[in-house]
Design a binder for this molecule. Structure first.
Ligand code: C2E
Ligand code: MG
Ligand code: MG
Length: 697
């Protein structure tokens, strides 16, 4: 039951978020309509005639109705979609059909319930939208599991939409009838006792009535907003009983309007929840990320006390991180406002001139005709910022952790799945989303040169250094270190690989030129080449160009062709491989023994070295089969007169055994992990790189 409630909440919150475009539209309409500048309002009247407000009001009102209707549809679809335990039932209750049922039920309810009052309209349609959405989904899920409701019992049809529509129609009609009956019963039942009125009556007869009612209004307003409903109905309702303010020595007309003005301009600074403070707190805690972006978008509306973007976008709705401050801060501000009013710190003069969209500080000045009003508002904004800060920090930490977890899962999946037939980047799930996000960021990183290369030394049998392998490194601003395997998989999918590959070769050549200048010409540098790069007909051209540009010799550069995916068997690839050999660079077959068809490649192109895959060399000491594989590859290497390189050499014993088996070059943590360019010269010096000559086999 608890899990179901949570799902209801998540479905509702996500639906509010999905409806952000509609919220944006309404916020813009509200701003145009209520822009608190008399000259603007007069000019608009002058230029457009007095009726210019009407279409905007229509947009605002209708956007609420539409919001309710769409909520019903999206909440129901989201709920069905998100029920993990019911995945198999999703087939029999497809989200589209469930959403249609919800829309029909929404229509039935709104038409059959008697007069929805205009003031309470917004809150009611939204509430109806949520309730109808949730109940419709539950009803459909229940009905879809009852075979006897499949009255038509059609054979499965190839037109799945037609089939589903026909099959589910009886259930949809049944659900509609249940809603219709409920509406009739609701309409016939006498009104529930007016809870708000009871509180007002009680407060008015109480010595502390002012404080009780003030806190109650703030509390209800916030709680309603927290579940996505416009809480203002409570201010309006309670404001009718706001005569209680008469007993304040406030010197202003204690009308319900005055109460509303006080509440709007001293409590709801930036909108419900005193969210101007939340906005500032978000800017203090975050410099980028989702919270920061949403906060930026809502700066302008918030200055006019419209905060729907924060409420539905951040979101605050059903967000446990913000419940406490969102409810308590307005109550606190309300109490302080009443206090300052009672003790005459501020006096409200003309409450008619200030609309609810008047920016804070200006409204304080206009209402009190004194700096005291402004001072009080500054104090309130500061106080709410300070109160929101710890909660924003916690929410941000949680969000970052969630984003890291999602990234880790995606990254593990990409490494596990590898580059199979299906592209990662086109997947519709979170993995696909993160991959697309990474592709965009990677493109920028290449442009900004924020990727780096590290170099892992390779040693010969005598322990002398013979070369290095360039390995890609990227510290992502949000996700931190990302495995190059993930990077390459994403780059291959997004076709960034060609761009990235050229960048790696260029940087490596530039680096080699610097080492040559320091006297290490005999060392080779290896770069990894993805099979997909072998379809880039410009690759040989660029390699020749970089070699020439940086003045290095072709034999100093080695291309390690990884078998991360199958090497395309096309005449273009063969031509490119031939051209690469002609440039004079050396070719190595990487991860030999684990790929699709390592041996076949030996026939297709001429290599200078084979690198035995790390998974084979890693446990050569304990696994006899692996030892046999290494011996076989070494004799193949000897017969073909190519170097055999052992990767993942982590211990002395492993190195000795691999050497006895016939490997000539060793790379791995036993010698050194990959190191930054700045540490390389030191390393070369320590390991006699300078005097190293060519290897002979
Ligand atoms: P690889 O080419 O087989 O590179 C060797 C990998 O093994 C590197 O991982 C290296 O850090 C790691 N390694 C080396 N010695 C040891 C050891 O003793 N123990 C262990 N546990 N690991 C060791 P890295 O840097 O994470 O790279 C992974 C793969 O990503 C590379 O495998 C290569 O296929 C690919 N890659 C890296 N940089 C590039 C690049 O610039 N272009 C392309 N196309 N692929 C790249
Ligand atoms: Mg490699
Ligand atoms: Mg390898």
């Amino acid at each position: 039951m608890k899990a179901r409630l949570l799902l209801w909440m998540i479905a509702t919150r996500n639906s509010f978020v999905a409806l952000l475009p509609l919220t944006f539209l309404r916020v813009i309409a509200e701003l145009i309509l209520n822009f608190p500048w008399l000259y603007y309002q007069q000019s608009m009247d002058h230029w457009l005639g007095a009726d210019w407000r009407e279409p905007l009001r229509q947009i605002i009102d209708n956007s609420f109705t539409l919001f309710g209707l769409l909520l019903a549809a999206i909440v129901s679809a989201q709920l069905v979609f998100r029920m993990p335990s019911l995945t198999k039932h999703r087939e029999i209750a497809p989200p589209l059909m469930v959403a249609i049922s919800a829309v029909i039920n929404f229509l039935i309810i709104t038409v059959s319930l008697p007069n929805i009052s205009p003031v309470e309209f917004s809150a009611e349609v939204i509430l109806i939208g949520i309730v109808v959405g949730l109940l419709s989904a539950e009803l459909m899920l229940w009905a879809a599991r009852k075979p006897y409701l499949d009255l038509l019992n059609l054979p499965v049809d190839t037109d799945t939409t037609f089939y589903q529509a026909m099959r589910l129609s009886p259930s949809i009609i049944l659900s509609g009838m249940i809603f219709f009956t409920t509406a009739l019963i609701l309409a016939a039942t006498p009104d529930f006792p007016n809870f708000t009125q009871l509180i007002i009556d009680w407060a008015q007869n109480n010595e502390y009535g002012t404080w009780i009612l003030g806190s109650f209004v703030a509390l209800m307003n916030q709680l309603f907003w927290f579940v996505g409903l416009h809480g203002s109905i409570f201010i309006y309702g309670a404001a009718d009983g706001a005569l209680f303010l008469a007993n304040l020595d406030a010197g202003f007309n204690a009308s319900s309007l005055a109460f509303r003005v006080l509440f709007n301009n001293f409590v709801l600074l930036g909108g419900s929840g005193a969210t101007l403070g939340l906005l500032i707190a978000i800017f203090i805690v975050t410099q980028r990320g989702v919270q920061n972006k949403i906060a930026k978008i809502s700066i302008v509306p918030s200055l006019f006390n419209i905060n729907d973007i924060l409420i539905y976008g951040l979101p605050i709705v059903f967000n446990p991180f913000y419940l406490i401050p969102f409810v308590l801060i307005p109550i606190l501000l309300m109490l302080i406002t009443l206090f300052t009013l009672q003790f005459g710190f501020i006096t409200i003069f003309d409450s008619n001139i200030v609309s609810w969209t008047t920016p804070p500080l200006l409204s304080g000045w206009l209402l009190t005709e004194s700096w005291r009003g402004v001072f009080l508002q500054v104090m309130f904004i500061t106080l709410s910022t300070v109160c929101y800060l710890p909660f924003v920090r916690k929410a941000e930490k949680h969000r970052q952790q969630q984003s890291l977890d999602a990234f880790k899962q995606a990254s593990d999946k990409i490494i596990k799945v590898g580059n199979g037939k299906q592209k990662i980047i086109t997947r519709q799930d979170k993995v696909g989303m993160i991959a697309r996000d990474l592709a965009v960021d990677m493109q920028n990183a290449i442009k900004q040169n924020s990727l780096t290369l590290v170099y892992q030394p390779k040693h010969d049998r005598q322990g002398q250094i013979v070369g290095v392998e360039a390995l890609l490194r990227w510290t992502h601003p949000r996700y931190g270190f990302i495995s190059p395997i993930v990077l390459i998989a994403v780059a291959e999918d997004s076709e960034l690989i060609h761009h990235l590959g050229r960048w790696v070769i260029k940087q490596t050549c530039a680096c080699k030129a610097r080492w040559n200048a320091a006297g290490y010409k005999a060392l080779t540098v290896a770069v990894n080449i993805s099979p997909l790069q072998l379809t880039d007909k410009d690759l040989p051209f660029y390699i020749t160009k970089y070699i020439k540009d940086y003045g290095i010799s072709a034999e100093e550069l080695e291309l390690e062709i990884t078998e991360s995916s199958e090497i395309p068997d096309t005449s273009l690839t063969d031509l490119i491989l031939k051209q690469l050999v002609e440039t004079g660079v050396h070719l190595a077959m990487d991860d030999f023994g684990m790929g699709y068809s390592s041996l076949l490649y030996m026939r297709r192109f001429q290599v200078n070295a084979i690198k035995i895959d790390g998974s084979i060399t890693r446990d050569v000491l304990i696994n006899d089969t692996n030892a046999d594989i290494v011996r076989t590859i070494c004799s193949l290497g000897k017969a073909q007169r190519v170097h055999v390189v052992a990767e993942y050499v982590e211990t002395k014993e492993q190195r000795e055994v691999l050497s006895e088996m016939g490997c000539d070059i060793f790379q791995g943590y036993y010698h050194s992990p990959p190191i930054a360019e700045s540490d390389c010269l030191n390393y070369f010096q320590l390991h006699n790189g300078l005097v190293q000559g060519k290897l002979s086999i």
